[in-house]
Design a protein around this ligand. Structure first.
Ligand code: HEM
Length: 246
């Protein structure tokens, strides 16, 4: 509670500073406009900023950890990413997003990381209207939990669901059961597009410029509130660009 209070005070200062700047493109200014229009209260604005900060921080940490774990367990996957980067002349220098978007294997790996280890396991919803599901009546007013993890682990949805396998996405076919950022309704993730850029850059950058091994091969993860390794993820880590094979 003390930390939250400090954070709220800091946010007050940032909101005032940002308002003086007359900027219109950053997230705080866009939300601030809604306060000025009377659509949001200042308290709601601050809650929204805190939600974004925490969702972004935990989602990103979780995804970074899963990248290190799964690529260490599957060196052949890292090799294939490196080969693809090499072919596109991206072993050094900037990683332009438009070029990364044309690398099919990198896209497959990013997609599979978010399927196999979804950072957020699910979300809560309030039932607005009584409905029936597989013979059970779910009454109006109940709180229900939808599970992203279960959805991604069900064999009928994904063959060999418990295996990390980027090749499952090679056909480019969509799968409606794939929901790492929630559904597509009004409560879906506002950070989705940003995270999709981030994960491509992160996976490409660590694959070409770092080597690491897991010091605990039995690394396990907690699933709530976010998927994270329980052991602090000890790694033997070296940062050095791989040599281009071309
Ligand atoms: C890998 C990273 C991320 C994942 C996997 C992720 C996933 C999700 C999921 C599953 C939900 C829906 C929760 C529900 O159904 O109640 C959600 C909502 C949300 N996410 Fe993300 N998220 C990520 C990153 C971010 C980032 C970077 C931001 C900040 C800009 C963000 C902001 C939000 C917000 C504000 C909501 C709530 C939307 C609402 O309830 O109206 N997320 N996210």
């Amino acid at each position: 509670m003390k930390a939250r209070k400090q954070l709220l005070t800091l946010l007050d200062e940032i909101i005032v500073k940002q308002h003086k700047k007359d900027s219109t493109t950053d997230a705080i200014s866009i939300l601030r406009e809604q306060v000025d229009n009377g659509d949001l209260t200042v308290e709601e604005l601050k809650d929204s900023i805190i939600e974004m900060l925490f969702k972004a921080y935990h989602g990103m940490s979780s995804l970074c950890c899963s990248t290190f774990i799964e690529l260490a367990r599957h060196p052949e996957v890292t090799e294939k990413i490196v080969t693809e980067l090499d072919k596109s002349d991206l072993m050094q220098g900037n990683l332009p997003l438009d070029k990364l978007a044309t690398m099919p294997y990198l896209q497959q790996v990013c997609k599979e990381l978010l399927r196999f280890a979804p950072p957020y396991g699910g979300g809560f919803r309030q039932v607005l209207k009584t409905f029936e599901l597989e013979g059970y009546q779910i009454p109006k007013g109940w709180t229900v939990l939808y599970s992203i993890r279960d959805q991604h682990e069900v064999e009928e949805n994904f063959t060999g669901a418990r295996t990390f396998n980027p090749d499952r996405w090679a056909t480019g076919k969509q799968n409606d059961s794939y929901i790492p950022f929630g559904g597509s309704g009004i409560r879906s993730c506002v950070g989705e597009k940003y995270m999709l850029m981030f994960v491509q850059l992160f996976v490409a950058q660590v694959s070409r410029s770092c080597q690491w091994e897991l010091l605990d091969i039995n690394t396990r993860s907690t699933h709530f509130p976010v998927q994270l390794p329980t052991n602090g993820l000890p790694l033997n880590f070296t940062a050095s660009y791989r040599k281009s094979k071309v």
